[in-house]
Each structure stands twice: as structure tokens, then as C-alpha cells.
Design a protein around this ligand. Sequence first.
Ligand code: COA
Length: 271
Amino acid sequence: MCYAVITKYLALMYQNLLISVENGIAIVTFNREKSLNALNSTTILELKDFFSEAAYAIEGLKGVVLTGAGEKAFVAGADITEFSDIDAEKGAIFAKRGQDIFFLIERFPRPVVAAVNGFALGGGCELAMACHLRIAGEKARFGQPEVNLGIIPGYGGTQRLVQYIGKTKALELLMTAEIIGAEEAFRLGLVNYVVPAGEEVAKAKELIEKIATKAPVAIAKVIESVNAYFKEDADGFAFEVTAFGATCATEDFKEGAAAFVEKRKANFNGK
Ligand code: COA
């Protein structure tokens, strides 16, 4: 199926996600501009569908870019208007569901890049952190302001923020609800690049194109192995040994090694 047909098909599937596939890269745009692209339950279920089913059906997919509609927000958090009748039990279900969906992103075998074009607050910051790489536009703003509402992050924010920027600054941001700009996010190690406003998606695509020149199984194994570092029940080093072995059995390893010896560019087939 050609990418234009896939794009048309996906447009029919989702209400709050705009999806286009260009040259093997899926651009997923959170499309609730009036609510600053807040994640309501429909959006989160559409995200689940995309990362558990639809994305795997896109032949030759190089990677996925997530971004927000409009110039103001990437995603301004979970939709606060849906919080009215939540209690302890519903809250825990809400958080678990969101975490499981964000794991689908973190464990996706192709690179997922957040192109953060504005506010990435609460669930929006957590969403960006579930992606493999983050590009911040100059207008990007990051924060976990949940304590302002009397709650804590529930989509992995207390865990991934520590992983990325360390306990010292993570605790400060989580407890003060301070919102930081793109340069500060870069300085803290939260984002990979800061680019001029409007160039976030282009930079994300550039990175995905670069990664697409490498062996796909190796990329998937890098993602799995790095994730294993953060899994309590996994020995990351042991995982890496097995994953390394698996890459040695690929056709792409033979091709990569042969290409090096023959002083030519490798032509990987993903097997
Ligand atoms: N859920 C639902 N609606 C939201 C939202 C959210 N997380 N964030 C923003 N919106 C809505 C606003 O209610 C407003 O709707 P309205 O026009 O119908 O009144 C619209 O988006 C625009 O937001 P507004 O607050 O007017 O813009 P602003 O420029 O003054 O402020 C923010 C921008 C991002 C600082 C502010 O909207 C905000 O603090 N949002 C909540 C962030 C948050 O706490 N996220 C974590 C949730 S767990």
C-alpha cells in the first residue's frame, strides 16, 4: 500500500490524532488545539491503537514523530475536564492505562521522536519523555505541574524525569511545579536539540532518516537494551549479551561487516 493511501485510511480511523505518512515517516499530530491538545480519553485510546496496531501495519516505517497542532502547545497534559468524578480506584486505573500506553511508545522498535512545539506539561511532558528522542522548538515549555492540582504525575513522570535529569532537579521540578524553557530543558539533558520554532518536525525527520540508514534489527535491539537498564527485574548487561548475539545472527550484520571490508555503503534489508 502506498503512503498516500495509508494516510487516507488512518485519517478515517482517528478523531483527535492527525496522521500522515511521508517517505516512511509517520507524523502523528495531537489535534485538539482549542484545549491545547490535552489528552482526553479518546486521544489516549487512539494513541494506544496507533502504537499497538496501526503503526506496525505501515510497511517500511522508518520512525514516528509526535507533535501538537497549532503554535502554542505540544500537549498541555491530561484533560483536566475529565477529572471531575475520579476517586482512588479510578485514578489508579487511569494512571495504569496511561503508563501502559506510554510503554508501547518507549518499547516501539523504530525511533519515536517528540517534536515539542509548545507547552509539554503534565501528561504532555510525560509523553515526550516516553519517546526515544526529544526536539524542542524555541517556544517549548516543559513541566510537571500536577501538584498545583493536588495530584502527582501518573503517566511515568516521577520515574522518567529522574532518569533523564537526575533526582536533584527532578524533585525540584516535581515539587515546585516550575515550568522550564527549551534552553533549560537542553541544559538539564531533557531534550536532544533546540531548534527555531517551526523546525521541530523537520529536525525530528532528519534524525529518523539518519537512523534509517542503520540496520533495523540493531536499532530495535538498542532500544530494548537501553530500556532494560531501567527495568527492575532485568539484568541490563545480561540482556545486552543476548541482544548482541541476536544481532550477530542477522543478514544485516554480514552485510554491514562485508560493506566495511569492501569500503562501500551497507545495504541493509532488516533481516
Ligand atoms: N486540560 C483541559 N483543558 C486544558 C488543559 C488541560 N490540561 N490545558 C489547557 N486547557 C484549555 C483551557 O481550559 C482553555 O480552554 P478555554 O479556552 O475553553 O477556557 C484552553 O485550553 C487554553 O488554555 P488557557 O489556560 O486559556 O491558556 P493560557 O495561555 O492562559 O495558559 C497553560 C496555558 C498551559 C499554562 C494553562 O492552560 C495550563 O496551566 N494548563 C493546564 C496544565 C496542567 O496542569 N497540565 C497537567 C494536567 S494533569
